[in-house]
Ligand binder design. Structure first.
Ligand code: ARG
Length: 467
């Protein structure tokens, strides 16, 4: 074998790889992040090979001990990653052979880097999904508790970002929570399709050794071996599914961020975020900026980009493995890191939101947010809804002219627009009356919000049971 040619596949080559091509095709600078999963997969593979008689017990033990030592070297930062050895798989295998000699070369029996890398990524994704799930749960819990505490806090609800009807802050928070509940389900659903074992597919067609893929699947905690070897080495739709979950989640976090940014402004003045989640300006001494939600909103873009990147990566690939697939890792790693960090930031920040209740209340009082309640009142007294709409429209026009909210007008003033109006109208024109009247499942009434928070807690604990 030529000295400068790659030791793992150099046999048929007559000249060394071009130095630039070696760097261009290498992935070790980024895929070394899969080292732990690579070793975990190799230990399971060697264990299975010894059970079916392809390796002796001694060979298996030498391999497992060698790999365990290598794991320690990597963790202590002592491992010397080599670009000429291309990727994480060949780096670890070469080191194993350094350490234990010829037996190290037997590890790759009945396996290919194609099924190896697919296995490593799935193990990695499964680990990361479980970490992300912990943060997502923590965020949902914090949101539900804040919603429960703020079940009576009144704020304006908006459509078109114009004051529409009063709602409770707790109700608004539970709207966010519902988005996250669906994201949580999507994450767990994605996990099911991640948790399938490619190993045993070898390069693409399977292997001639008497392997037992059920054993390997069980050792690695996979639900089952992948059905088809061609699909097993080439499928990356689990990665697309994850980034699609991640994109939808980021879209939700970005919507929440946008509201947090608006609410902390002097113009809205609905909430305060503790100083530890904000930063100042180097030129304007008065500034306190909501950097954390702004950055989460900004990071949404890169996650959408990774989804597009992965979809495009896969769209023209013929079966089975193609080198294109090496490009799946960086977008996945970045999507995982971004989502995990954004969830952590939100899980820490949301319970610390300080609502400015007076300011929210005052904003709800302005903007005729109980106009619909007045119309519903007239309808209950026998007026047709269209006529009621007209009567209330005239009352609002009068309020705009006189700078009075509906609840600030006297009975006589209101009666100018309909003689049907009586003293009891003031029960529905108050903000408290307005929210309390929306007293049905999914409505904003404080007691409904408390009941919804309780149901959300129960739903969350049921979902945990499946994980
Ligand atoms: N580094 C490669 C990847 O990430 C590993 C598989 C390489 N397989 C091959 N036949 N060249 O996809």
């Amino acid at each position: 074998m030529s000295q400068a040619t790659n030791q793992s596949w150099g046999g048929r080559f007559s000249e060394p790889t071009d130095a630039f091509v070696a760097r261009f095709t290498a992935s070790v600078t980024f895929d070394q992040r899969l080292a732990r999963q690579d070793i975990q997969g190799s230990i399971a593979h060697a264990t299975m090979l010894s059970r079916v008689g392809v390796l002796t017990g001694e060979e298996r033990d030498a391999i497992i001990n060698g790999l365990t030592e290598i794991q320690g070297e990597i963790e202590r930062g002592e491992f010397n990653w080599s670009v000429p050895l291309e990727d994480v798989h060949m780096n670890i295998e070469a080191r194993l052979t350094d350490k234990i000699g010829i037996t190290g070369k037997k590890l790759h029996t009945g396996r290919s880097r194609n099924d190896q890398v697919a296995t490593d990524i799935r193990l990695f994704m499964r680990d990361e999904i479980d970490v992300i799930e912990v943060e997502l749960k923590r965020l949902r819990e914090g949101m539900i508790e804040l919603a429960d505490r703020e079940a009576d806090t009144i704020m304006p609800g908006f459509t078109h970002l114009q004051t529409a009807q009063p709602v409770t802050f707790g109700h608004h928070l539970l709207a966010w929570q519902e988005m996250l509940a669906r994201d949580h389900e999507r994450l767990l659903d994605c996990r099911k399709r991640v948790n399938v074992l490619p190993l045993g597919a070898a390069a693409l067609a399977g292997t001639t050794y008497p392997i037992d893929r059920h054993v390997t699947a069980e050792l690695l905690g996979f639900d089952r071996p992948a059905e088809n070897s061609l699909d097993a080495v080439s499928d990356r739709d689990f990665a697309i599914e994850f980034t699609s979950f991640a994109s939808i989640l980021m879209m939700h976090l970005s919507r929440m961020s946008e509201e947090l940014v608006l609410w902390t402004s002097a113009q809205f003045d609905f909430i305060d975020l503790p100083d530890r989640f904000c930063t100042g300006s180097s030129i304007m001494p008065q500034k306190k900026n909501p950097d954390v939600p702004e950055l989460v909103r900004g990071k949404t873009g890169r996650v959408y980009g990774h989804l597009m990147g992965l979809l495009t990566l896969m769209k023209s690939q013929p079966l089975a493995y193609n080198k294109d697939n090496q490009e799946d890792k960086e977008p996945l790693f970045d999507a995982v890191d971004t989502v995990r960090d954004c969830l952590k930031a939100f899980a820490d920040m949301v319970p610390a939101i300080e609502p400015k209740k007076d300011s929210m209340y005052e904003a709800a009082r302005r903007g005729f947010s109980t106009a619909t309640d007045l119309a519903d009142y007239l309808v209950r007294k026998g007026v047709a809804f269209r006529d009621a709409h007209e009567i209330v429209g005239q009352s609002v026009a009068y309020g705009l002219k006189t700078q009075k909210d509906l609840s600030e007008m006297s009975l006589e003033e209101l009666q100018q627009f309909s003689s049907i109006i009586e003293q009891d109208v003031f029960d529905v024109l108050t903000l408290e009356g307005s929210v309390a009247a929306r007293n049905h499942i999914g409505g904003t009434a404080p007691n409904q919000v408390r009941a919804a928070a309780q149901r959300a807690r129960e739903a969350l604990s049921l979902l945990q049971g499946q994980a």
